[in-house]
Design a protein around this ligand. Structure first.
Ligand code: PGA
Length: 251
């Protein structure tokens, strides 16, 4: 049975007091009996705040939104995997489309970051997804396939079973226009088949999350699809009530 995961990507939002209020509100009402693994990904500077509040709490983990491929050194402005581990992170988002589009994260760099995460004891949540233009040109599968193949080559086919994949169509992120459950399932199935080509024995165990305008009112239908194992949540992760409703939908 593969894990169900709901991860919140806070992006570059929040102060210390916002983060405290959000974590408190989520942890008070979270159903800890559910099998859903909840992961919070705050901005780096808010990780200590979140870590302090979550110490000793079951069913809820936290992680970074990015990492550098080096462990330490002259890399001004970057954060390394050992630093994330030092603060108790278990997860890290890798290859988010905003990083690919705005900060030059190529398929090869995403692969190297995924490998560094695994080597350091972090589970990478590897984001893949096509732009609207690519979808309209019917190249979704070749784009997503190439993004995935780079990561599988980087981490090795044996270890690709240790990653989490997030399918996030770029046109659905922050737009209020989610993929339909049928559209998302079709790409999730494609991703699972592609992973099976690399590691047939373990592909069925790899959680594949959907991200892109997941809200309380569309989460249940998306999560009901057989290859959608939870979500990577942006905007709705900043509201405790919405995020908890999405966690509930994944249970
Ligand atoms: P959204 O963002 O839920 O606000 O669309 C998802 C993401 O970027 O991970």
């Amino acid at each position: 049975m593969r894990r169900r995961i709901v991860a919140g990507n806070w992006k570059m939002n929040g102060t210390q007091s916002d983060a405290s209020a959000l974590v408190r509100a989520i942890s008070v009402d979270l159903n800890r009996d559910s099998a859903v693994q909840v992961v919070l990904c705050p901005p780096f500077i808010l990780i200590p705040t979140v870590a302090t509040l979550l110490t000793g709490q079951q069913g809820i983990e936290y992680g970074g939104q990015n990492l550098d491929v080096h462990d330490h050194g002259a890399y001004t402005g970057e954060i390394s995997a050992p630093m994330l581990r030092d603060f108790g992170c278990r997860y890290v988002i890798v290859g988010h489309s905003e990083r690919r589009a705005l900060y030059g994260d190529t398929d090869d760099l995403v692969a190297a970051k995924s490998r560094k995460a695994l080597d350091s004891g972090l589970t990478p949540i590897v984001c893949v997804g096509e732009s609207l233009r690519q979808r309209e040109q019917n190249t979704t599968e070749s784009v997503v396939g190439a993004q995935l193949d780079a990561v599988v080559a980087g981490v090795g086919s044996a270890r690709c079973a240790e990653i989490v994949v997030a399918y996030e169509p770029v046109w659905a992120i922050g737009t209020g226009r989610s993929a339909t459950p049928v559209q998302a399932q079709s790409v999730h199935r494609f991703i699972r088949d592609r992973l099976a080509a690399a590691n047939d024995a373990r592909a069925a165990d790899i959680p594949i999350l959907y991200g892109g305008s997941v809200k309380p009112d569309n989460a249940s239908a998306l999560f009901a699809e057989p290859d959608i194992d939870g979500g990577l949540i942006g905007g709705a992760a900043l509201s405790a009530a919405d995020f908890l409703a999405i966690c509930h939908a994944a249970a």
